[in-house]
Ligand binder design. Structure first.
Ligand code: FAD
Length: 418
């Protein structure tokens, strides 16, 4: 059960890598921190990645250490399935109302999984971007923290079914739980609400949603992940078979006045990383990358140089105009102009990966609209409401961690000032 009221020095909203970093850094200076997360688990988008560029290590590397710091620090109070519904401020203090959705599973849960075996209902698995399904009672992913099951109340039949309640020998399922409102009094707020992938359904020329072999870059992360829908084997969705050719469409909906006008800064590196995922599994696969310019600055340049030495990775400077299906071969055809040679290209591929950008998770926050810039990103208010992570601008994880650490200093200054 959550308390009805919490007094904290700092509230951090969003427990992705930005929010977790801010929360642990602040707590380790002695601040009392409330950390709230709308998903049933913490870690944000990086939990859904297969590997991190540029080192290609698993995201669990950095995340596990931070989660341990968080778990063992009594100064941090974590609420999951929680979202801010209202904020008011007076004399430098903030009063915040938080709505906490019921999990229907208590701390008695040992993650034994007996409940899943009897659950007759299912739900689309958002962790795998809808590429598979789970039971209505589920654990979001194997190493999820908190390590507890959760029930999707939009598909669960509740007490009229009750099978999981009977199967749980620890009495950890409580279907009577209701949504609660928790009020939090705090001296500063760090907004670390991150991003969502740009909706590829809006990019009708690329056939996402029409052709199963057109996927997005975040889906590629899940296809390559050992705990993903295909257990890490990258297969062609239409046939479940091996892949001989892949095309990457850079700036899919980015740097485009009809979609996102800005550059998401990580998509070039993400696609370069994805060529490695493919190469590891398919030594002979041909890959075509269609780009406007490859943005892999600073320390990432070596990674780009390395990928470009692969003789079966071909770079074409030009935006893809259209993706269609060749019914005779079953392959997809990408039409584009190569702006370096002035020639028109028609390239076949068995799998097309759309490098869609990152959109800030800001529009639903109960915030003054003057704190949102023209591209939808959040601006700190110059006092105790501080933004960090991708909701201030697209960036990679190491830049997010630096910004999050800096935001704690800003928060301490605001708390001391008031
Ligand atoms: C395809 C792709 C691959 C990438 N690969 C890499 C890589 O290899 N290496 C690298 O350095 N970077 C990579 N990135 C960038 C990386 O994903 C981001 O830098 C990172 O996710 C930013 O973390 P964050 O905490 O700001 O946001 P998020 O990870 O989005 O976390 C935000 C958290 O806030 C929660 N939240 C949102 N709204 C609310 C709310 N209203 N109330 C409470 N909680 C809320 C969310 O549920 C989430 O848990 C990649 C990006 C893409 C698109």
């Amino acid at each position: 059960m959550t308390e009805a009221s919490i007094s904290s020095d700092l509230l951090v909203v969003g427990a992705g890598i930005a929010g977790i970093t801010a929360a642990v850094e602040a707590a380790e200076t002695g601040l009392r921190v409330a950390l709230i997360e709308k998903r049933p688990y913490i870690g944000g988008k990086v939990t859904q990645f297969n590997k991190y560029f540029p080192k290609l290590c698993p995201p669990s590397c950095g995340l596990e250490i931070n989660i341990r710091r968080l778990r063992t620090n009594p100064k941090v109070k974590l609420l999951t399935q929680a979202e801010v519904s209202a904020v008011s401020t007076q004399q430098g203090r903030y009063d915040v109302n938080v709505k906490v959705k019921p999990r229907f599973v208590t701390d008695q849960c040992t993650s034994c999984g007996e409940c899943v075996k009897v659950c007759p209902e299912s739900r689309s698995n958002d962790f795998n971007y809808g590429m598979d399904r789970t039971a209505s009672i589920y654990i979001p992913y194997e190493n999820a923290y908190p390590s507890k099951y959760v029930i999707d109340d939009t598909t669960c039949k509740g007490t009229s079914c009750n099978k999981c309640v009977k199967a749980c020998r620890y009495g950890a399922i409580d279907l009577s739980q209701k949504e609660e409102t928790v009020s939090i009094q705090t001296g500063a707020i760090i907004w670390a609400t991150g991003w969502e992938p740009y909706d590829a359904n809006k990019l009708d020329v690329f056939g996402f949603g029409t052709f199963p072999d057109v996927i997005t870059n975040v889906m590629m992360e899940r296809l390559a992940a050992p705990d993903g829908p295909t257990k890490g084997k990258i297969l062609r969705p239409s046939t479940n078979g091996a892949i001989e050719s892949v095309a990457f469409v850079q700036c899919a909906g980015s740097r485009d006045e009809n979609h996102l006008e800005y550059c998401s800064s990580v998509c070039c590196m993400a696609s370069l990383k994805h060529t490695r995922y493919i190469r590891d599994q398919y030594p002979d696969a041909e890959m075509d990358i269609f780009y406007i310019d490859v943005r892999s600055s600073g320390v990432f340049e070596d990674f780009y140089s390395d990928v470009s030495r692969d003789p079966k990775v071909h770079f074409h400077r030009g935006k893809v105009a259209k993706v269609s299906l060749d019914p005779s071969s079953g392959r997809l055809i990408l039409e584009s102009e190569d702006t370096l040679t002035g020639t028109r290209l028609k390239k076949p591929a068995e799998l097309v990966v759309l490098a869609t950008g990152m959109q800030p998770n800001v529009s639903d926050l109960p915030l003054d609209r003057s704190l949102i810039d023209g591209d939808g990103f959040l601006i700190s208010d110059g006092s105790g409401a501080i933004a960090c992570g991708v909701n201030t601008r697209p960036k990679d994880v190491s830049a997010v961690v630096q910004e999050a650490t800096g935001s704690v200093l800003k928060a301490i200054q605001a708390i001391k000032r008031n």
